[in-house]
Design a protein around this ligand. Structure first.
Ligand SMILES: Nc1ncnc2c1ncn2[C@@H]1O[C@H](COP(=O)(O)OP(=O)(O)OP(=O)(O)O)[C@@H](O)[C@H]1O
Ligand SMILES: [Mg+2]
Length: 264
């Protein structure tokens, strides 16, 4: 989803009763259950089954890596878990709540309040400062500007960017921009964090540092982290590694050779 659409869906959802959405993810670390999840894309005459009857449970607090070749369905799966997209069939439950049964507006609100999403290309708003970018989610959720800024500053401190709070994103390095995006994803204290190739656009050393920051912030707070990546080295840090192939999700045995194969 393009960034403008993503953010405008958050703005349009900001209505007085927006806080009435379920708070099912208040527990430490969200559980994510996939039950018979099917995703079929139609392109003209052709039907492409990207996910075929996928059933799987992500446990609270674990870090799971999704590997799979380009086009295998990693982003599709993350989009279904976040409620950005809907499956063709099947159910996604987050802490027991079937988000696939919510209407689009409720899914948007649920996502805003309970799920942190980190994208490969950061998706920061170029016309807002670093501080304003990170303060936006709590402001949209109804916090006062002062409270939202307090929260944002706390997160910017945690990602080591307090001194760049008044800078605009285009003045930052890629690694710094991704740290801002991580701060924004975590500012609402989500118990579920989804990351779609968060280091895919960074050089090896910068990517490793950004990864370590994301891992320590999620692990220390016992958050559930699901990350799609092409990088088999990242899988070494995971509690579990899955491979998507031919519409199926299968566990990978964490052995360096097996990882290279699964990521190829
Ligand atoms: N909106 C859409 N309409 C039609 N087909 C789509 C759509 N979104 C994704 N697809 C198709 O679904 C398949 C999986 O795409 P997806 O983006 O999930 O792959 P991926 O594993 O994330 O790949 P990459 O590693 O390149 O990011 C691809 O064949 C893609 O063309
Ligand atoms: Mg992808």
């Amino acid at each position: 989803m393009p960034i403008s659409q993503w953010w405008s869906s958050l703005f349009s959802a900001l209505t007085p009763d927006s806080l009435a959405v379920s708070t099912a993810t208040n527990a430490i670390g969200a559980q994510v259950q996939l039950e018979g999840v099917q995703k079929v894309f139609q392109e003209g005459e052709i039907e492409r089954t990207v996910l075929n009857q996928v059933s799987f449970t992500f446990n609270p607090g674990e870090f799971v890596v999704l590997l799979g070749h380009s086009g295998s369905g990693k982003s599709t799966l993350l989009n279904l878990i976040s409620g950005i997209d809907q499956p063709s069939a099947g159910t996604v439950r987050i802490n027991g709540l079937a988000i696939t049964e919510l209407d689009e507006r409720s899914r948007t609100l649920f996502r805003r309040d309970h799920i942190g999403f980190v994208f490969q290309f950061f998706n920061l708003i170029p016309t807002l400062t670093v501080l304003e970018n990170v303060a936006l989610p709590p402001e949209l959720a109804g916090k006062s500007p002062q409270a939202a800024q307090r929260e944002a500053l706390r997160l910017l401190d945690q990602v080591g960017l307090l001194d760049r709070q008044n800078t605009f994103p285009d003045k930052l390095s890629g690694g710094q921009q991704q740290r801002v995006a991580i701060a924004r994803a975590l500012v609402q204290k989500p118990q579920l964090v989804l990351a779609d190739e968060p280091t895919g656009n960074l050089d090896g050393e910068t990517g490793e540092r950004v990864l370590q920051r994301l891992l320590s912030l999620t692990r220390d707070a016992h958050k559930t982290l699901i990350m799609a990546t092409h990088n088999p080295e990242i899988a070494q840090h995971a509690n579990r590694v899955l491979r998507i192939q031919d519409g199926r999700l299968t566990p990978v045995i964490v052995h360096p050779d097996a990882l290279e194969e699964a990521a190829a």
